[in-house]
Ligand binder design. Structure first.
Ligand code: MN
Length: 223
């Protein structure tokens, strides 16, 4: 019996040692917890969509990223550092895609809340009125931008210098690498809405603004 325990103990030590060699800092990118229950956004985004989107898609990007940063010796870098250094490096395209998707999804979960939507307040509303005319103009442009993205991507409200802008990005692309500050984002990849809205992406983006968007989060992100 003791011999058996000793054998298991030695095997565990060996596994730890092997891990320590391949990943000296032991650092991994961790999937942050969802900021609400998986049922919190229903009926606008179902628990079924959230479960697949978070537990399969987001988790998948994080797992793949951790494999890649071990392989490329990037385990001493923060997620943002990894995104910035891989963005313009053709040999690190897979690293960039998985790192950016990891970041984008964490930001997307925070861009929504239960009983969200409606109009923003304070300096955010003032800036929206200044840059887009009024809130209804902003809303129209944001929905149009979401509907227009060809293939997979994201629609962002960003701050660039003193102005707010609506920016659409393709695939994993994000404002961070363009010197823009993200305030909020809507995921317009099909996996974000297809179970609930099928091909009606425009309806989904409209619901995002009417019932889900977390304006407090966007306000907090303003300079
Ligand atoms: Mn997604």
């Amino acid at each position: 019996m003791m011999k058996c325990f000793r054998l298991i103990f030695s095997a565990l030590l060996l596994i730890n040692w092997a891990n320590a060699i391949s990943n000296p800092t032991g650092k991994k990118i961790v999937l942050p917890a969802l900021p609400y229950e998986q049922t919190a956004l229903a009926p606008y985004i179902s628990a079924n969509t959230l479960e697949f989107h978070y537990s399969k898609h987001h988790q998948g990007y994080v797992d793949k990223l951790n494999d890649l940063i071990l392989e490329k010796n990037l385990t001493d870098k923060s997620l943002e550092e990894i995104i910035l250094l891989s963005a313009s490096e053709p040999t690190l395209t897979a690293v960039f895609n998985n790192a950016a998707q990891t970041w984008n999804h964490t930001f997307y979960w925070q861009s929504m809340r239960s009983k969200g939507g409606g109009e923003p307040t304070g300096k955010l509303l003032e800036k929206i009125n200044k840059n887009f005319g009024d809130f209804s103009q902003f809303k129209k442009q944001f929905i149009e931008a979401g509907a227009k993205v060809f293939g997979s991507g994201w629609v962002w409200l960003v701050e660039e210098e003193a102005d707010l802008k609506i920016v659409a990005t393709s695939n994993a692309d994000l404002p961070l690498i363009k010197g823009q500050k993200a305030l909020l984002v809507c995921d317009v990849w099909e996996h974000a809405y297809y179970l609930d809205y099928q091909n009606r992406r425009k309806d989904y983006v409209e619901v995002f603004l009417d019932h889900l968007v977390n304006w407090d989060f966007a306000l907090k992100n303003m300079s």
